[in-house]
Design a protein around this ligand. Structure first.
Ligand SMILES: C[S@@+](CC[C@H](N)C(=O)[O-])C[C@H]1O[C@@H](n2cnc3c(N)ncnc32)[C@H](O)[C@@H]1O
Length: 249
């Protein structure tokens, strides 16, 4: 995922291509997760996201609500994180746009799973409010991600938390200029069963932070989990807390 395609700011890439790709890659993705084929996940990032969610689950309950343990796993894929958090005692709902992945998640165990695209998220399509929303490597697009950030304050409880884990921009930038923009996708390092890689929207660290700030969050944590085999960050984790919502004006 190194190459940047920019020609007068136009790339031909768009958010819809992301879901078109995921629809075609359900089976290899399920295999990759079930057979632990993604080394950075096994070594670093799975543990990092679980620990981050668990560390926040006990102390961000809304006033007069002792539970503080409802979690929305956004872009849940085949549901491994939902299951891991349920095992840790949290109440978790998983949402993904891809029916095949949601069907697999339902078949693999406990959990409340639904099919929904980020573009359709609103306080009407998601009537329940959650204490924590988490996106584990599931923020891939441009407008879809901006929309998600804009509606999350109305989906989270007052004082709720939004946690993202994503590619570390310093590492994933490669040789391309360090500027926001669409990049060509690749399944390099994955099995040959994957096809038609989706483009992805590169954001600098500053742009990720700005997304939180622009949508009513304050930053509570910023982590760069290190892969000890390379000495480099395996990911970027950002944690924002809602401080204003649309109803606050
Ligand atoms: C790299 S996978 C990560 C899955 C899961 N979070 C995990 O950690 O294994 C990205 C997921 O994001 C979902 N996704 C991407 N864009 C989406 C959108 N606009 N609406 C809903 N789901 C989306 C994909 O369907 C896919 O399941």
């Amino acid at each position: 995922m190194q190459k940047s395609i920019t020609e007068n700011g136009k790339t031909g890439f768009h958010d819809k291509q992301i879901l078109e790709s995921w629809q075609k890659n359900v089976s290899p993705w399920v295999d990759a997760i079930q057979h632990k084929q993604i080394e950075s996940r096994v070594l670093v990032t799975d543990k990092a996201i679980i620990e981050t969610v668990i560390s926040l689950s006990g102390n961000n309950a809304p006033d007069n609500n002792a539970s503080g343990k409802s979690v929305l796993d956004i872009g849940c894929g085949e549901g491994w994180l939902t299951r891991a958090l349920i095992t840790s005692g949290l109440s978790v709902t998983g949402i993904d746009a891809v029916q095949g992945l949601v069907d697999k998640a339902k078949a693999l165990g406990e959990g409340d799973f639904h099919v929904l695209e980020y573009e359709q998220f609103s306080d009407r399509t998601i009537p329940q409010q959650y204490d924590i929303a988490v996106c584990n490597f599931s923020l891939i697009g441009n407008e879809s991600v901006e929309h998600l950030f804009s509606v999350l304050p109305s989906i989270l409880n007052k004082g709720g938390t939004f946690i993202i884990q994503t590619l570390n921009p310093y590492i994933s930038c490669g040789d391309a200029p360090y500027v926001d923009g669409w990049r060509e996708g690749s399944w390099n390092g994955f099995s040959h069963d994957f096809c038609d890689p989706a483009p992805w929207y590169f954001r600098t660290i500053a742009s990720w932070l700005q997304l939180f700030i622009n949508n009513g969050f304050v930053l509570k944590a910023f982590k760069e989990p290190i892969d000890s085999s390379t000495g480099k960050p395996a990911s970027l984790i950002l944690v924002g807390k809602v401080v204003s919502s649309p109803v606050d004006g």
